[in-house]
Design a protein around this ligand. Structure first.
Ligand code: CA2
Length: 147
């Protein structure tokens, strides 16, 4: 069965507990449930991970080779800084959708730069937690069209 890795970066474990005006009140655990429910309707499986450590995220991306067919990546603040994550995404050759809860282009200037965007299949941002559903639908559709 098609398998999609949903990988979340730093501080996203705090979702739903602080700054609800920016990130909403849904917790990461709620989003994980949403992802599994969406996966069921799409006929795919989802692995859901979160790390606050850049190197651990690189390791997760490497480990996706041969295991997952697509990746949904909310790299958090590493989006705007990490050449290492960009290189990892580019090296594994697994289609990757960049995802953000907030519209990073409507926020501070430093959030307008994304290293991930340079190597991503596409980007979804600004739709809050529902963005994860949209990203899974887009990835399932992409992988189906490619098969
Ligand atoms: O909008 C997104 O999904 C972001 O990836 C979230 C990152 C931010 O650095 C990116 O620019 C955009 C921050 C995640 C921090 O999440 C928190 C959640 C609750 C309380 C504090 C931080």
């Amino acid at each position: 069965m098609t398998s999609i890795l949903v990988l979340n970066g730093p501080n996203l474990n705090l979702l739903g507990t602080r700054q609800p005006e920016i990130y909403g009140s849904t917790t990461l655990a709620d989003i994980e449930v949403m992802c599994h429910e969406t996966a069921k309707t799409l006929g795919v499986t989802v692995a859901f991970e979160q790390s606050n450590v850049e190197g651990a995220m690189v390791d997760s991306l490497h480990a996706a080779r041969g295991t997952h067919d697509g990746i949904i990546l909310n790299a958090g603040a590493y989006t705007h800084t990490s050449v290492a994550l960009m290189d990892a995404v580019s090296s594994i050759e697994i289609p990757t959708i960049e995802l953000h809860l907030s519209n990073i282009h409507a926020r501070e200037e430093f959030r307008h730069t994304s290293y991930i965007a340079k190597v991503a299949l596409g980007i979804i941002c600004g739709f809050g937690a529902h963005g994860y559903v949209l990203a899974l639908e887009a990835m399932a559709q992409h992988l189906k069209a490619r098969a």
